[in-house]
Design a protein around this ligand. Structure first.
Ligand SMILES: [Zn+2]
Length: 220
C-alpha cells in the first residue's frame, strides 16, 4: 500500500468528483490490496482526524468539507450534488472545486429555506449570519455534533431565538464575509497531496487574522 497521503487524496478526489465517499473495496481496488489493508489505512486517517469513519470503522462518514450523510446542507453545481458537513464546510466547497455552487439549508431559528450562490473567489453578498455552537478546542470531541451545529441563520435575532428554545449557550457568530474567508482559507490545499493538518498555533494565527479571537477560537 502506498503512502497514507495517497489514500487520503483518493478519498477526497472521489468525494469531489462524485459527491459520495468510496467504499473500502474501492480503496482496496485502487491500491491493489485486500479490504482489511484498506480498512487499516482508512482507520489511520480517521485516527489522524483526516477523515471520519462510522461507528463500525468501515464506512467513510466525512472527509471534510464533504459528508456522506445529510447534516442539513446541500451544495450543488451543474454537475455534482454534495452533502456539506456544515456552514463552514459548505462555503469551502466552491473554492475547492473551482466552480460557483448553490448552498441550501434551513434557518434553525425559523425554519425558512436559505439558498446562497457561493463563488470560488468572492464572498456572497447576502445578509445572513453563521452560528458555531461548539468551541474550537472541543470540536473533535463529537465532530458530527459539532458540524450539525455550525448553521446559517436569517439573522442574529434568529440565532438568539434558537439558543433560547434549545437552552444552549451562545457560541460564535460570523458574517458571510468572515465565514467565506474562514472556509476558503481553512480548506485551501485540501485537494493537494502536500496538505497536512494545521497545528493549534497555525489555526489560532488564521483565526486571529480574521478577527476570530477569544476562548472560543483558542486552537483546533
Ligand atoms: Zn430564520
Amino acid at each position: 500500500m502506498r503512502d497514507l497521503a495517497d489514500v487520503r487524496m483518493f478519498v477526497y478526489r472521489w468525494f469531489a468528483e462524485r459527491g459520495e465517499p468510496p467504499r473500502p473495496q474501492d480503496v482496496a481496488g485502487e491500491f491493489g490490496v485486500e479490504v482489511p489493508v484498506a480498512l487499516e489505512a482508512l482507520g489511520a486517517l480517521h485516527d489522524g482526524h483526516l477523515i471520519v469513519l462510522d461507528a463500525d470503522r468501515r464506512g467513510i462518514l466525512m472527509a471534510h468539507p464533504w459528508s456522506a450523510v445529510s447534516l442539513g446542507f446541500v451544495v450543488t453545481d451543474d454537475r455534482v450534488k454534495w452533502w456539506g458537513g456544515c456552514a463552514w464546510d459548505s462555503f469551502a466547497i466552491p473554492a475547492l472545486v473551482g466552480r460557483e455552487c448553490l448552498v441550501a439549508t434551513h434557518c434553525p431559528g425559523c425554519g425558512r429555506a436559505l439558498a446562497v450562490d457561493v463563488c470560488p473567489d468572492e464572498h456572497p453578498a447576502v445578509d445572513l449570519v453563521a452560528h458555531f455552537l461548539v468551541p474550537i478546542p472541543r470540536m473533535w470531541d463529537d465532530v458530527v455534533y459539532t458540524c450539525a451545529h455550525q448553521a446559517l441563520f436569517c439573522s442574529e435575532e434568529h440565532v438568539g431565538r434558537w439558543l433560547r428554545q434549545n437552552r444552549r449557550p451562545r457560541g460564535a457568530i460570523l458574517d458571510m464575509r468572515t465565514l467565506w474567508l474562514l472556509a476558503t482559507r481553512w480548506y485551501a490545499g485540501r485537494l493537494t497531496r502536500e496538505y497536512r493538518r494545521r497545528t493549534p498555533d497555525e489555526a489560532r494565527a488564521l483565526f486571529q487574522e480574521l478577527g476570530l479571537v477569544g476562548p472560543f477560537w483558542a486552537g483546533a
